[in-house]
Design a protein. Sequence first.
Length: 460
Amino acid sequence: MTTALSHPRNDRMLTVEQLTAIIAEGDVDTVVLAFTDMQGRLQGKLIQAQFFLDSVLAHGTEGCNYLLAVDTEMNTVDGYDITSWEKGYGDMVFEMDLDTIRRLPYRAGSVMIQCDLKTTDGAPVAVSPRAMLRAQVDKAAALGWKAVAGTELEFMIYTTTYEDAWNGSYRNLTPANLYNVDYSILGSSRVEPLLRTIRNMMWDAGMTVESAKGECNFGQHEIAFKYDEVLVTADNHSVYKTGSKDIAQQAGQSITFMAKPNQREGNSCHVHMSLRSLTDDVVFWDSASGTRTALYDHFIAGVLKTMSEFTLFYAPNINSYKRFVAGSFAPTAVAWGQDNRTCAVRLVGHGASARMENRLPGGDVNPYLALTAMLAGGLYGIEHELELEPETTGNAYTSGAPRVPSTLHEARDAFASSAIAVQVFGADVVKHYVHYADTEIAAFDAAVTDWELRRGFERL
């Protein structure tokens, strides 16, 4: 187990002593131990609270290592080095991060602790998303920096329950808003009971909620949270994504974070990031000249240099690529611009707020992998003092700038052939996630889609 800090992330997070006390008082009866898998989902165990104190807190718990070797349907997949039928599908250790103890106000009597994954002999599981982000955080720290980030996650709300949506093959869902409600106070008010519950419960779960706003697609909204150190942001993102689905289900509604659930605007996950010194000093801005620092430019150049090769971590699913449509506010060009939403990288703010926004990821992204890719790319740019290409002004969709990969297959090939990916992530990580992409591509290629049936059943 990691050692708990004497002061938690904020006063809404819990220490071990506080958790022990509320279990003794009967306020908590369930401790959820969870980690984030390859697909960005929380997986783990629900443990009876007193048993947790008596046995698990001191000794930990385990789970099957197939949890990092399955597809979205939870089918075991051959070909992963981490585990197999031949290796017997053994255990991995859930190592609790005791800085992450939080209440789950939408689950009665429950708290959650997020975990790192280790092998049974104590080595970190290198392909686990949280371990990958930790590795980049440690690298940045060794160079004298820490990364802070915020993720802006869009979703669509339907008044249809998850069960009815499933039983109806996800057809004829009723969106919570029937027209474009981008920034509309009236549109937000129509779904405010649900949005308000999510905001307040996420605050009680230890997150700093900023705001909510309507978006373009029918029933589409966004709740924004304050930036934090990258690991904290990824942890919060994972809890929020699962928790909001829980809350929607309890209200008889459903939420989707799919990148492109229909033909209108998709769900984005814009990622804002900057570096600070280890003592929280600004390093991306020169206050004397009022301009970006060379460090900042190198960082941006590194993210752009690696963007196509690392797109697999920004757009991890077949559906992710349906979002990349010209004129849709989803980027298609590997380009940067000052406050230019047509570019993949948008620079915003000045002084202490100077930061870059990566507009490539969609709502389906695994936050640990996206932040890992972005930080690794930026650090690569700094280490190699990459020169920042000229700014793209005007419409990046028609600028002639290089395009981001347009399919998962294309992104898979770029990642598989990337010498930089092997250098910054390790060959084992590259092999693991290439196999993940191969699995998704093979499953999709074998599927008979509704599109094929509609076009071919009668007419061909």
